[in-house]
Each structure stands twice: as structure tokens, then as C-alpha cells.
Ligand binder design. Structure first.
Ligand code: SF4
Ligand code: SF4
Length: 440
């Protein structure tokens, strides 16, 4: 629908648009829930990395889960997390469609916020149009102060949103050093430039791109589309009451994606935000009847079967193949956390050789946790006095590495000696590395 048609439609909306009917509050069932969830998602987007639940350690090129460095050898944790995430998302796409876009996606949250602020400062027809039309500023609001307030608000939002990715690469204390311009060796020297580029990109996105991104550039949206079916959550229209739509297009005007909610299709751009349903319900609030639009998960052909029963069967059918993968992924992840090894021990040959036999071993110790620790090293299986350790207690910094030397005397009788290097930590962890030593 073109913008001009849309504005004509707005003017045709009769006075019966009820915002406060008989002192009752405005009927917006979905709007406030959606706003709450959008805020919660933004809060979680910061809380998840800041709490150490998940982030990336750029210096080690590793993922961090619950302040533990994850290596490829932590197979169940890595595979379980990806399997759980991928299958949960597929489950969500096939049942709830593009609900992520309308209720959780930060890009859409920013765009909606920018739309609302633009309407407030420049007038209700001032829209960044998806059809490329110039913005229509209300004459009374076309003031330098309004443009300035809009620009400064967009800049502040861009600076705020550009900070969120930093939490995924740095601990909160480092981000705080960055925000307060403190010297911190842990900060990359080019970070201020990277941040400035991010601010510019987000500013352009908020000021000029907004829903263009959702409609024409979002690859994630294409991916979500691939899992939609005819039973996926959609807006359904009660065509038997279509007479009530005469001279009304309130739902069409409330849709910021520029769709006609009465004619939604499986593969359209509807993001299940529910604004049109709220709008139609408001239209009918005064008459005390529900609107003509509702969320629907299936086409109800068999009216003799209850709606709840149909939805349950439909959900069960779609969950049939994804749910086992969700459970498998979650189980592997929990098992991975439970069996996680926080320290790593490797014993290798040092360059100390006597003829063909090795006389020295290097014991490499790694701390995979993001706090300092102390490890105790013992050698089991070699007679006392036949070996020497360079240290028995080793202090390791957060995700630090240390190595120590094990020297074995030359005059051991000829033969093969099996021994074990045992490493223990104060948290009751014990690691063992078996070694076969040959003495000539
Ligand atoms: S569906 Fe509701 S809001 Fe939309 S045109 Fe019909 S009566 Fe108006
Ligand atoms: S059709 Fe309704 S639910 Fe879909 S995007 Fe538009 S307003 Fe939101």
C-alpha cells in the first residue's frame, strides 16, 4: 500500500475510534505485554554477558559460559548448547512464526521507539516511509528545537545500543573503564574507533533505515520464513462480520509494516505484534463485542472439535520432531557443565635426554576459570629420591598457564616405569596424567 493511500485512509477513520470509552482504560492487550518483553530482552542482552553466563574472550578466541573458558574438547557443552538453541528456535518459528521480530528483536524495538519519537516531535504523519516517500512534517512542529531534540535523542540511543556488544567481549569492569575513559590494559587500543563506527551505523539505522532493514535486508527473517506452515500463528479475520469494516481501516493504519491485517498470508511480513488486533478490539470496545481480528494457530475446518483440542494436536505434531532435539541439546549441555574440567594438565618431554632415555618432563598446567587459583602437583608410582619437581604448589592467574619441570635421576635400573602426575585443586578437583618412562 502506498503512503498516499494510507493517509487518505487515516482521514476516513470515523470519530468512533474510542481511546477512552466511558472512563475505561484503552484496550491494548498485546501492546503493553510486547513493550515489557522488548525491555526484558534488552535487559537480558546486557545481563547475559555481564553476569558471565555467556560471552566471548577475544584474546583466547574462546566462548565463556558461567565464567568458564570453553574449549573444543568440551564437546557436550558446545554441541549441546548449539543443538538446544537451533532446535528451540526452529520450534518457535514453526509454531509462533515471526513473533521474534515483533516481540523481541532489538532492531524492531529501536525502530518502533524511533517511530514514536518522530511522531511526537514532528507530527503523526512524519514517517520514514517504506516506499521511499519524503518525511511529512507537521507545519506547527517543524522547528529547529524539535529537530535538535530528535537528533540528540537518536545519538544518545545509538551510543547506548553500541555499548551492548562490548559486554560480549569484555568483563563489566573493563566496559566501565571504557565508559569512564580510564586507562585499562585489557582494552584494545582501537576500541574507541570501533565503538565510534558502531555508533554511526546505529545512528543511521535509527534515523533513516528502521523497518527497511526488516523488510528488505534481514537474512534472519528469510531463515524464519522457511519453517512457517499454514498452521503457524497468524492473524485471522472474521469475514462473516466484514460489513463492520465499511468505512473503517483502523487496523490497516495501525500496522507499521504496511499490511492489511484482514488478508494475511503464510509468507507475508506479519510479525505477529498484535497491534491490529488491539486496534480492532478498541473499535468494538464501546459495543462490548470483540473485534474481528484474533491470533489463530490453525484453520478450523472441523467445528465439532474444540479449538483447544485442535491447537494441542497441531502443536504436538510440530513439536514431534523438534522437541527431542531440544531435550537432547539441553541434556548434553547440562552434562557438559557437570563434567566440565576447570583445569588442564599435560605432561610432555622436556629437552633433557640421556642417550635414548628422557630425563626431564615438562608439566603444563592451565586454569580455564576466570579467577586465580592454586594447584598442587604430586608424582605417584616413582620411588622417593628418584625424581625432583621444580615446584609442588603452583599459583595460576585467571585463565593463566604455568609449567614446571620434573627431573628423573639417570641411574634408575634399566626398564619401563609407569607413573602418574596427579594435580589437585582446593575445590576437590583432581586430574591425572599417566606417563611411561624408559630408563636405559
Ligand atoms: S478488521 Fe476491525 S479495525 Fe480492521 S477495518 Fe475491520 S473493523 Fe476496522
Ligand atoms: S498485520 Fe497486525 S500483527 Fe501483523 S504486523 Fe501488522 S499490525 Fe502486527
Amino acid at each position: 500500500m502506498t503512503g498516499s493511500v494510507k493517509y487518505k485512509s487515516i482521514s476516513r477513520i470515523p470519530v468512533k475510534v474510542v481511546l477512552k470509552a466511558a472512563g475505561k482504560p484503552v484496550y491494548s492487550e498485546f501492546r503493553w505485554k510486547r513493550r515489557l518483553l522488548q525491555l526484558l530482552v534488552l535487559f537480558l542482552a546486557v545481563l547475559i554477558p555481564a553476569s558471565g553466563l555467556f560471552r566471548i574472550d577475544p584474546s583466547a578466541a574462546a566462548f565463556v559460559v558461567l565464567d568458564r573458558q570453553i574449549w573444543l574438547s568440551d564437546f557436550s557443552l558446545v554441541t549441546g548448547a548449539w543443538l538446544f538453541l537451533a532446535s528451540s528456535l526452529i520450534l518457535m518459528y514453526s509454531t509462533a512464526g515471526m513473533v521474534f521480530c515483533g516481540w523481541a528483536c532489538p532492531q524492531n524495538t529501536m525502530s518502533e521507539w524511533a517511530n514514536n519519537l518522530t511522531h511526537k516531535l514532528l507530527g503523526k504523519h512524519a514517517e520514514v516511509s517504506l516506499t521511499g516517500e519524503a518525511i511529512r512534517v507537521a507545519g506547527a512542529k517543524n522547528k529547529a528545537l524539535n529537530w535538535f531534540l530528535l537528533g540528540i535523542s537518536f545519538l544518545g540511543a545509538a551510543m547506548f545500543f553500541a555499548l551492548i556488544p562490548l559486554f560480549y567481549f569484555y568483563q563489566p569492569s573493563v566496559v566501565w573503564s571504557f565508559i569512564t575513559f580510564q586507562e585499562d590494559a585489557r582494552l584494545a587500543s582501537s576500541l574507541h574507533w570501533i565503538y565510534a563506527v558502531c555508533v554511526v551505523i546505529i545512528f543511521i539505522d535509527i534515523a533513516m533505515i528502521r523497518h527497511f532493514w526488516c523488510r528488505y535486508a534481514c537474512i534472519y527473517r528469510v531463515w524464519m520464513h522457511s519453517f512457517k506452515t499454514r498452521q503457524t500463528l497468524r492473524v485471522a479475520y472474521d469475514a462473516s462480520r466484514s460489513k463492520e469494516c465499511d468505512k473503517c481501516s483502523y487496523c490497516v493504519n495501525s500496522c507499521f509494516i504496511d499490511l492489511d491485517p484482514r488478508k494475511t498470508d503464510v509468507y507475508d511480513s506479519c510479525i505477529n505484534c498484535g497491534d491490529c488486533i488491539d486496534a480492532c478490539n478498541r473499535m468494538h470496545q464501546k459495543q462490548g463485542v470483540p473485534g474481528l481480528l484474533r491470533f489463530e494457530m490453525l484453520e478450523r475446518k472441523n467445528q465439532s472439535v474444540s479449538k483447544l483440542h485442535n491447537v494441542a494436536i497441531s502443536l504436538f505434531t510440530r513439536m514431534g520432531w523438534t522437541a527431542p532435539f531440544v531435550v537432547l541439546g539441553a541434556s548434553m549441555f547440562i552434562w557438559g557443565l557437570w563434567s566440565y574440567q576447570p583445569y588442564h594438565v599435560v605432561v610432555g618431554h622436556a629437552d633433557v635426554q640421556q642417550g635414548r632415555s628422557v630425563q626431564g618432563y615438562r608439566i603444563a598446567l592451565t586454569n580455564k576459570l576466570y579467577h586465580a587459583t592454586e594447584l598442587h602437583v604430586k608424582v605417584l608410582g616413582l620411588p622417593q629420591g628418584t625424581y625432583q619437581l621444580s615446584a609442588e604448589n603452583v599459583k595460576l592467574s585467571a585463565v593463566g598457564r604455568e609449567s614446571l619441570m620434573l627431573s628423573i635421576v639417570k641411574d634408575l635400573p634399566r626398564g619401563i616405569y609407569s607413573f602418574v602426575v596427579e594435580v589437585s585443586a582446593g575445590d576437590a578437583w583432581k586430574g591425572r596424567f599417566p606417563v611411561q618412562h624408559f630408563s636405559e
